[in-house]
Design a binder for this molecule. Structure first.
Ligand code: TRP
Ligand code: ZN
Length: 506
């Protein structure tokens, strides 16, 4: 990947030398990647998107997808050429109303050459027309569009956009979205935001609007048979839930969990502050996968998350991401602790709330659970590497880090930070370093050593560091036993079953 980036940069430089008149010396192609060290080809340089209008027609029987996506953007440099991230077959590209030349390169680059150079700061309207069978389009043997018996689903991290719409596919370029999908009568569509429908003979159009800034990987699309329910919370927030009618034995447990979305959103709002989006919800399609994903305002759940009965813990995890991950998103993918550490910790708070074990008990139990020489402790949650971006350590050691912080600065400051941070960076992006600086500002304590120890240093910290893993109190041990490991909290197994994500690297 890095190699490809260098090659295209060199080709760009060459094009610059050969073709650009001296008077436009700064004009050139936008970069093929936005500069994320984990994923060099993710996103693109040279422009900033403000809105996606995605208009699709889909035939569930054949997986035929036809689309017209209109992208509104602003040039951040004088642009002779720019890239979009896309893998489907393109028929036509227009830039500012004029036909543009296009070609493909690398795994997912659609390279667009407009008829005229676009001046820095000026608006760009890109129309991309396409048609393909997304389930058959593989990159590295892999398709992000998952076929279901009655349609298909796009829900993947760190990327899935390229299988249904062209984009600047990186969390730092957020935009608003309109997704409008025409499907045969009897088929339903799930996407992000507020929903309206319109009918025409034999067909129905589903219109979804996400009016709050949204990262590209948090846009989701599911087409198939769904029982869609619309309601509002007591506070007036619209709730949309949807279930495949074919969830079989998991149907009851799925509904008993996801139907609590409104109530759990209200509970999390007491901890994290006002819910940041216009709608909340969740959907459970008929897919064989095991994970859930925090798609914005409309969470994707695999039926397998409910195979052992109701699981409000996973709902809390994904809802927590609406603040930590969706409203405040990673600046680089290496900042993933800002998402997963906090989502996991919110499950610990829910466990405490349900009297199934406190966050301290969970942290202590984890500390013992992995012996000091276990590979678990070799991963740095603060910079896990692309291959370990979703390793257990990012979640569990990540949550331990927050308990260590809480022990060090006290509950008052800790919960002030949990609520203040999502406001500080609402609808934006942030780094772990910014979080540390924020926590230092609110607590008035230097925290470099704490963050360094728990997030950036391989190996298990000594027992008792920041109040984690100290010998259990005698009172918690069985009668007559004077030393031993911390007891297993009741919630532990269920929490471990939430998103043990190893199957889906890119
Ligand atoms: N962010 C998801 C969660 O913890 C987990 C996840 C990581 C995931 N990679 C994924 C989900 C790929 C779907 C696909 O909630
Ligand atoms: Zn998560």
């Amino acid at each position: 990947m890095r190699k490809r980036l260098i090659v295209s940069a060199a080709a760009g430089a060459l094009a610059l030398l050969l073709s650009v008149p001296a008077s436009a010396a700064q004009a050139g192609p936008g970069a093929a990647g936005i500069g994320d060290p984990y994923y060099p080809s993710a996103g693109n340089g040279g422009y900033d998107v403000s809105h996606y209008d995605i208009r699709l027609k889909y035939q569930p029987a054949t997986d035929e997808l036809e689309g017209t996506t209109t992208i509104l953007a602003t040039a951040t440099q004088d642009l002779t050429r720019f890239n979009l991230d896309f893998v489907l077959q393109v028929k036509e590209v227009l830039v500012n109303g004029r036909t543009a030349a296009f070609t493909t390169s690398g795994e997912q680059e659609l390279v667009v050459t407009p008829a005229r150079t676009i001046a820095k700061g000026s608006p760009i309207t890109v129309v991309v027309r396409y048609a393909d069978k997304p389930g058959e389009v593989k990159r590295g043997g892999y398709s992000s569009w998952r076929r279901t018996p009655d349609g298909g689903v796009a829900a993947q991290e760190p990327e899935s956009a390229a299988w249904w719409y062209p984009s600047n596919d990186h969390p730092t370029d957020k935009a608003t979205f309109d997704v409008s999908v025409l499907v045969p009568n009897g088929t339903q569509v799930v996407s992000n935001g507020t929903l309206s429908t319109s009918q025409r003979p034999g067909w129905i159009r589903y219109n979804y609007r996400q009016a709050k800034p949204q990262a590209t990987y948090l846009a989701t699309l599911a087409i198939g048979k769904f029982d869609i329910r619309q309601d509002t919370t007591p506070g007036g927030l619209p709730v949309i839930t949807a279930y495949s009618p074919d969830l079989g034995a998991n149907a009851g447990a799925a509904q008993a969990s996801v139907e609590r979305t409104g109530e759990l959103t209200d509970w999390l709002s007491t901890i994290f502050g006002a819910y940041p989006f216009d709608t909340v919800g969740g959907y459970v399609p008929n897919v064989p996968t095991g994970y859930a994903l925090e798609t914005q305002g409309q969470i994707f759940y695999s039926p397998a998350q409910f195979a052992r009965g109701a699981n409000t813990s996973v709902v809390v995890h994904e809802l927590a991401h609406q603040w930590y991950g969706d409203s405040v998103s990673v600046q680089r993918w290496s900042d993933i602790w800002l998402n997963e550490g906090f989502a996991r910790y919110s499950q610990w708070l829910w466990s405490d709330h349900e009297n199934e074990g406190t966050a301290q008990e969970l942290a202590d139990f984890f500390y013992d659970y992995y012996p000091a020489n276990d590979p678990f402790w070799s991963i740095k949650p603060g910079d896990p590497g692309a291959d370990n971006q979703f390793a257990g350590a990012v979640y569990d050691r990540g949550a331990i880090t927050l308990q260590a912080l809480r022990n060090t600065i006290g509950d008052d400051k800790f919960f002030t930070i949990l609520k203040g941070w999502p406001t500080e960076h609402k609808y934006g992006n942030a780094t772990i370093q910014q979080f540390q600086a924020y926590a230092e500002r609110i607590s008035g304590k230097p925290l470099g050593e704490l963050f360094n120890t728990w997030l950036f240093t391989p190996g298990r910290p000594a027992a008792g560091t920041n109040g984690i893993g100290a010998a259990p109190a005698a009172a918690s041990l069985a009668p007559g036993v004077t030393t031993g490991k911390h007891p297993e909290p009741k919630s532990w197994k269920k929490i471990q079953e939430t998103n043990n994500v190893h199957e889906h690297k890119r």
